[in-house]
Design a protein around this ligand. Structure first.
Ligand code: ADP
Ligand code: MG
Length: 732
């Protein structure tokens, strides 16, 4: 008998174990049995040979039609050619051998069916497998083989030249025969509530199914394992986090926050009020808040964050606001300064009585300014410290850090979150993470499952709508001229525009803001041209369609002070058209900018386009977003662009994004790769299952935090942690 944690060597022998480890990175019985078939072939149902593409490693079921042997010229060996067929297409199997290969000729006689596995190549116009591995069906042979082919469904595993599908199947059969699962990872109560079969049963059912019902039943159960272990781990983390202590920062009666609310020029939306109240409660607790605030671009997250910051300052604490880029940190600094007015001008002429001070700390500060900022943070002189990664450095210290606000969470790793968290003196600071990237519910549950969540679903009233149109220059070249004309019209009316390109251009290395997510579509016109570059367009536009307008260029390769100057000039209306990369993507706010033209829009992801267009229509004038593309009408890229043009619902678009990208990309490296802990689970398709697993996991962890009564589950969670850790080590 063998258990899941046993090394494979004990079960399949040294040689097979070595090979499984080397080729597939499988080491334990559990690893092997979680290597699920990629498909099932029906016994006797031949593979469609016309569907094979060259270069592919395939496993096909076919019937031998003819065999011939000829001598190799100038050599003592022979070439045996067997032609196999599925009744329509044909495929040649070629074997080179010493002597006449009589034994092979005897084995491969016409009419025999088998599984053949190898890489498809082409020789003199015929497709062939050279030296394929094969296993004949109904050939008697070892008992194992006969048993394998007696089944209705033949599992086909992702195989390679070093390890064929049926060799994997053989090892799995051996492991299943000796498998003992004394502690089912899913507690009996969960199984019975959701009608799930036992673990050993499910493993047998997925590897050696009787029929498709058997496969489906087993898959559902195994999906539960994936969802449940992950949700248990996240529930444990939430519980652990809530056991840390934090200094409570309850609201006070007549503080800065009250004064600020009195000066606020608009009414908070209902969503802002609800999220604000929840956060105010969180801050008053003795345990650190860990909250994700999700809301579309322009939904008003900054105001919520600022109100939380003021509550903490009223309670004698400081707050740090961490932004992903210099431009954003500077913009936050400006917009928070202006929202606060006299309330943020402590010690200055015109400062209000209880006023606080803001400090900006970024990598580009000069030595003197930096020293001053560090002092402001350490002395407590500044209540609000806004910065980039520079805030994470060791020498940055705070007098009493009560709250950390992180803007655009997806650009920071867990380690960075922790680095800031460790800067609080007693206990931990409260933490508010903001993201403008709408994420589907289950992704949020999976990626941010250790955070509580607030979501703003509405935009403040009176927000101008954004109209989005696709500009298909392949079919309608003259639309491009019309696009530039639109910009001229808006500028003539005193408004401003963005032109966004997927590439910076010039000689520099590729930067993170360059659109690399999507490779250009393959087409019949040969290799795709490089994406349109900021530097090229900024040269061409003033000489042509935008002659006479005031243009400026913004991208990540500019020095920080230059970027700042350009953004300021644009914000002040001194620049009509900003030619830029996606550095303007998050958070940039210039209400007078009403048009955004996105060049080569097909090179951007759906969510990214949605984020980008959120930069326009922020003032009283309606926004216009033009998606310029050369992609032909029937290309998948056009469907994506039409989807963006068709809805302003970021959540709907994020689902499309998720379908298009590999889920691993969405989950980040921790979940990606061969050893991904999500094998069967699909975040969109299995939403309901994930939600149920989360409820069950939360209840179970509340009752038994250390999983003392669930040893099988504890082991499954440990495996998950190991995977996470090894991925982390690989990265480091
Ligand atoms: P986000 O950070 O969520 O993209 P912001 O907080 O930058 O959005 O808000 C966008 C703009 O809307 C800002 O100019 C802000 O002052 C304004 N705003 C925020 N809340 C409201 C509201 N309730 N009513 C009107 N305007 C608002
Ligand atoms: Mg913002």
């Amino acid at each position: 008998m063998a258990v899941l944690a046993d090394p494979l060597r004990l079960v399949v022998g040294d040689r097979a174990a070595k090979r499984l480890a080397a080729v597939l990175d499988l080491h334990t019985v559990g690893d092997l049995l979680s290597y699920y078939p990629r498909r099932y072939d029906k016994r006797g149902e031949l593979t469609d040979l016309t569907s094979l593409s060259e270069g592919e490693h395939v496993t096909v079921q076919a019937e031998i039609a003819a065999v011939s042997v000829r001598k190799m010229r100038n050599r003592s060996g022979s070439i045996l050619e067997a032609v196999v067929t599925d009744g329509r297409g044909r495929l040649t199997l070629t074997f080179f051998g010493h002597g006449r290969q009589a034994w092979r000729e005897a084995e491969l006689h016409p009419g025999v069916r088998g599984l053949f596995s190898g890489q498809v190549s082409s020789f003199q116009g015929k497709r062939q497998l050279t030296h394929p591995e094969y296993e004949l069906i109904g050939a008697g042979g070892a008992g194992g083989r006969a048993a394998e082919f007696a089944a209705e469904l033949i599992p086909v595993y992702r195989a390679s030249a070093q390890l064929s599908s049926w060799k994997i199947a053989n090892s799995i059969r051996v492991a299943l025969d000796v498998l003992d699962v004394p502690d089912d990872p899913l507690p009996a109560s969960v199984r019975s509530r959701h009608g799930l079969c036992g673990y050993a049963d499910a493993l047998r059912g997925i590897h050696r199914p009787v029929d498709l019902t058997d496969v489906n039943r087993s898959k559902t159960r195994l999906k539960w394992d994936e969802a449940f272990a992950l949700q248990v781990l996240l529930a444990q983390r939430r519980l652990a986090a809530s056991s840390y202590s934090a200094i409570p920062r309850p609201p006070v009666a007549d503080g800065l926050l009250t004064e600020f609310d009195a000066t606020l020029p608009f009414e908070l939306t209902v969503g802002q009020q609800l999220a604000g109240a929840t956060i105010a409660d969180d801050l008053a607790r003795e345990h650190p808040m860990h909250r994700l605030l999700q809301g579309e671009v322009g939904s008003g997250k900054t105001v919520i964050a600022l109100r939380a910051i003021l509550q903490v300052i009223d309670a004698a604490g400081q707050a740090a606001l961490l932004a992903p880029t210099e431009v954003l940190a500077q913009q936050h600094f400006r917009s928070i300064s202006s929202l606060l007015g006299p309330l943020g001008m402590a010690g200055q002429l015109g400062g209000a009585e209880h006023a606080t001070r803001l400090t900006l700390l970024t990598g580009s500060l000069g030595a003197a300014a930096r020293r001053k900022a560090l002092l402001e943070a350490a002395s407590g002189g500044a209540g609000i410290i806004i910065g980039t990664h520079a805030l994470l450095e060791d020498r940055v210290q705070f007098a009493d850090l009560g709250l950390v606000v992180i803007d655009e969470q997806h650009r920071f790793g867990v380690e960075q979150r922790d680095a800031l968290r460790d800067k609080a003196g007693d206990g931990r600071p409260h933490m508010l993470v903001m993201t403008a990237t709408p994420i589907p519910r289950t992704v949020a549950m999976t990626v941010f499952g250790d955070l509580d969540m607030s979501t703003l679903t509405e935009l403040p009233a009176g927000r101008s709508p954004i109209a989005t149109h696709v500009v298909p220059v392949a079919e309608r070249p003259h639309y491009l001229a019309r696009t530039w004309e639109r910009i001229r019209e808006e500028v003539a009316a005193g408004r401003q525009a963005y032109v966004v390109c997927p590439r910076i251009g010039g000689d520099g290395p590729a930067d993170s803001e360059e659109a690399s997510a999507l490779a250009p579509e393959e087409d019949a016109l040969g290799p795709a041209r490089p994406p349109i570059a900021v530097l090229d367009l900024a040269r061409e536009l003033p000489a042509g369609p935008l002659a006479g307008l005031r243009l400026a260029v913004l991208h990540g390769r500019l020095p920080a002070d230059e970027k700042e100057k350009v953004m300021l000039a644009f914000a002040d209306g001194l620049v009509d058209v900003l030619v830029t990369t996606t550095v303007v993507e998050v958070g940039v706010d210039v209400p007078n900018a009403v048009v955004m033209v996105i060049m080569d829009a097909d090179r951007f992801g759906v969510s990214q386009l949605h984020q980008l267009r959120g930069r326009v229509g922020r003032g009283s004038n309606p926004g216009l977003c033009l998606l310029v593309t050369e992609a032909p009408e029937d290309a998948p890229a056009r469907e994506r662009l039409d989807a963006v043009a068709g809805t302003l619902d970021g959540f709907a678009l994020s689902r499309i994004d998720l379908v298009q990208r590999r889920e691993g990309d969405v989950l980040g490296t921790a979940q990606a790769g061969r050893k991904s802990s999500l094998r069967l689970l699909r975040l969109l398709a299995d939403e309901e299952l994930i939600a149920q697993a989360r409820v069950e996991a939360t209840a179970l962890v509340a009752a038994d935090p250390a999983l003392a009564d669930a040893p099988g589950l504890a082991a499954a969670v440990r495996v998950l942690i190991d995977v996470e850790r090894s991925t982390f080590l690989e990265k480091a």
